[in-house]
Design a binder for this molecule. Sequence first.
Ligand SMILES: O=C(O)c1cc(=O)[nH]c(=O)n1[C@@H]1O[C@H](COP(=O)(O)O)[C@@H](O)[C@H]1O
Length: 272
Amino acid sequence: MTFYSRLQARWQATDSLVCVGLDPQPELFPAQFSTEAQPILAFNKAIIDATHDLVCAFKPQIAHYAAVGAEDQLQATMDYIRAEYPDIPIILDSKRGDIGSTATMYALEAFERYQADAVTINPYMGWDTIEPFARYTDKGVIVLCRTSNGSASELQNLALASGKTLFARVAQQAAQVWNTHKNLALVVGATAPAELAEVRALIGDMPILVPGLGAQGGDTEAVMKAGLDSQGAGLIINSSRGVLYASKGTDFAEAARAETLKLRDLANRYRS
Ligand SMILES: O=C(O)c1cc(=O)[nH]c(=O)n1[C@@H]1O[C@H](COP(=O)(O)O)[C@@H](O)[C@H]1O
């Protein structure tokens, strides 16, 4: 099954567009994890068990593991999801982008080493840096288009000579030129609903990963009104810290579940 068909099956089975981001920060973990041999893995397992039936995907962010030499716990987290909840697609958020020979190694990292279902990539360097990922036709390649961060507009909203903004050009290029294997998706931040609407109008029903809800303050209603596809789906709406650290007490897993449920239900209010 391809990433896209797995994602569609999951949207339907769970009636949820919510993705929980697995961005561990051990200093924010409840005290009970301080004695664990593998605290990141133990924390992730608790979050995954508490939210699995409410999500369309999980998205581990690689820097949160690599920075502290915990790649083994990233691998073990992904193995755990595959073993316990095999229907849930895993998006490895690594935002890679480099010349073809190096991109080939990054694609190996994502798809062979970690066996991710999809990966985030940075398109700044152009098609020959994307192609090594896209050639894995059963995998998803999620291209940064209009990001959620405060400085995103500095470059992404610049007008080109054609009058089109750079992010709109990325959206158009991705949908009309790069998507030869029909396995591309885009990233548009929840903090930019006007841009999200513009991107949706340009790309038809391609999936869009929308981070920036929760900790970054994105507006769920605005996202849903701007981003749904023609089927009332098409979005992977992500929250990481807002779910993971909803409580720092022993009730952290229940609190994570409650936050995920709240986001799912709020989002579903705006689906037809
Ligand atoms: O590609 C991403 O996932 C991403 C793109 C973007 O524009 N903004 C963004 O926040 N992200 C990621 O989404 C997650 C958001 O985390 P929270 O702000 O804690 O919900 C982090 O893992 C970010 O690296």
